[in-house]
Design a protein around this ligand. Structure first.
Ligand SMILES: N[C@@H](CCC(=O)N[C@@H](CS)C(=O)NCC(=O)O)C(=O)O
Length: 224
């Protein structure tokens, strides 16, 4: 049975394609394009899942959303021991930690940055502009940017201690962690001043499976 991936361009579902390529599994990509103005997913995705977001996969009768759950499911069900550290080891606990951290802790301030930057620079009636921009700048400067910097420093330190997030071996947790790091690189804040993180991005981008996933997913450029 072929696994179906409901894939939105420039999105978290790129990670699912990458994992499927790492595992050498057959899959079918159903593509959806973001609205170029709002960047939201098209309404057809609501017919797939009530939240209308990507990724969602179908595997036989199973339909599953949420990138972390999808990665864990695919790696456990089809990995035959690959990309998942052995149960009961410190590596497995770190694997689980980073799987959750990526969406639960790292992404929220990066998403806030995207939203508040849009408020800061987006069109609006002239009479509200100074107030709205002032608030946006204040939230970015006092809350969002310091939070992102703290997360980046933390991750930089973790990758100073070991080459991959779970330990010595590449795992599905590294695939899950790729998105916040790519978003941080696109949105500013992650550059050569954090060599362990930029080195991580270089290493993942050179993996053949990562490259193949780009071919099957189409152009991939995260919003800055
Ligand atoms: N935590 C969810 C987030 C899903 C999500 O927000 N997906 C974005 C793509 S990166 C989306 O579908 N955005 C379009 C929209 O909200 O309309 C996951 O990791 O799967």
């Amino acid at each position: 049975m072929t696994i179906v991936v409901h894939h939105l361009n420039n999105s978290r579902s790129q990670r699912v394609l990458w994992l499927l390529e790492e595992l050498g599994l057959c899959y079918e990509v159903k593509r959806y394009q973001r609205d170029p103005q709002t960047m939201l997913a098209p309404p057809e995705l609501r017919a797939v899942h009530p939240l209308g977001k990507s990724p969602v996969i179908e595997d036989g009768d199973l339909k599953l959303a949420e990138s972390g759950a999808i990665l864990e499911y695919l790696a456990t069900r089809y990995g035959e021991g690959r990309l998942v550290p052995a149960a009961g080891t410190p590596e497995r606990l770190r694997y689980s930690y980073w799987m959750h951290y990526a969406e639960g802790s790292a992404m929220p301030p990066l998403l806030m940055k995207l939203v508040f930057k849009r408020i800061e620079s987006g069109p609006m009636p002239f009479f509200v502009r100074p107030v709205a921009r002032g608030i946006a700048r204040r939230v970015l400067g006092t809350f969002v940017e310091p939070n992102i910097a703290r997360h980046l420093d933390y991750m930089e330190g973790e990758l100073a201690a070991r080459p991959w997030f779970a330990g010595e071996a590449f795992s599905a947790a590294d695939i899950q962690m790729s998105f916040p790091l790519e978003a941080a690189a696109a949105r500013g804040g992650l550059d050569g001043r954090r060599p362990n993180l930029t080195g991580f991005l270089e290493r993942i981008h050179s993996r053949p499976a990562y490259q193949r996933a780009l071919e099957s997913g189409g152009a991939y450029a995260l919003l800055g």
